[in-house]
Design a protein. Structure first.
Length: 287
């Protein structure tokens, strides 16, 4: 029973971290129609900035998280304006080549500036302990990651489904020229959407650093994992991405606990099975 509870808690925390990082990619691929293979690179930037802020500048964890999100968004603004705008609506192969090139450039620059070593983000005392539930103790950081995932899911759903910005975004996706004719500034809508996606990636990179360590090739190591979440959940679907993260997180964590010698075998076996049954993912948008 103790093992089952440990697997359940770790799987839920891992799934929520995957969700926070991957949901931005789901938004850009499902709503903005951009295959952004550089998404993980922005999560890596957030982790590097937070590590530098906390370890070298001596800032608190909260300040480091805020600086990581804001700094990553600021860095992404010229990249979006000068590079990504050129591939909106472009063939998918063009988007893949552009974004994979951006990924390698970001990796090179980050390693040159911060050094090619594993980066740690010191946790505050409040997140280092554990919570006693009576029948078992749970790491406080695991609970923190789970709560962050739930908050992000609710906030993003509310933004897209219940606000005027969400209406403009969905209108721009369905018919950009008509939305522009009605006064919607589609370029600004796309820029803000991209900034939100990048900010979430940075936030997830920091919050999940204990589970997905920030290291020199983070962007490449987890690129396929983030893409898998979007494919299984269905691009553009918040609920689909959340369900995919929880299921895949559970399968991956269970496999690593019980049969660690198999590595990620069960994770990708589950992906193959799910995609065979749900070719567009759990809640994929029809093209």
């Amino acid at each position: 029973m103790q093992t089952v509870l440990s697997i359940a808690v770790d799987a839920l925390a891992y799934g929520m971290v995957l969700f926070v990082i991957s949901i931005g990619l789901s938004v850009t691929m499902g709503l903005m129609r951009v295959v952004n293979l550089a998404h993980g690179a922005f999560a890596m930037i957030g982790g590097y900035i937070a590590s530098y802020a906390a370890r070298d500048l001596g800032l608190g964890y909260g300040a480091a998280v805020l600086l990581a999100v804001v700094g990553t968004v600021i860095i992404s603004i010229p990249i979006e304006r000068l590079l990504y705008r050129r591939i909106y609506g472009a063939p998918e192969l063009t988007q893949v080549l552009m974004t994979i090139g951006i990924t390698f450039c970001i990796i090179g620059i980050a390693n040159y500036v911060f050094g090619p070593t594993l980066k740690t983000i010191p946790l505050p005392g409040e997140l280092q302990g554990s919570v006693d539930l009576g029948f078992r103790t749970i790491g406080t950081h695991r609970i923190f990651a789970i709560v962050c995932g739930l908050i992000v899911a609710l906030a993003l759903w509310f933004t897209i489904e219940k606000t005027s910005f969400g209406v403009k975004l969905r209108a721009s996706v369905d018919n950009a020229s008509m939305a522009a004719a009605l006064g919607v500034r589609t370029e600004i809508v796309y820029a803000v959407s991209f900034a939100i996606a990048v900010g979430l990636a940075a936030f997830g990179g920091v919050v999940g650093a204990e589970l997905l360590p920030v290291e020199p090739y983070y962007a490449l190591r987890y690129m396929v994992t983030f893409l898998v979440v979007v494919s299984v959940g269905g691009a553009g679907s918040i609920s689909g991405a959340l369900l995919a993260c929880l299921i895949l997180g559970c399968i991956d964590t269970t496999g690593r606990y019980l049969m660690p010698e198999y590595g990620e075998f069960f994770f990708y076996l589950a992906v193959i099975a799910i995609v065979c049954v749900f070719p567009r993912g759990f809640a994929g948008r029809m093209k």
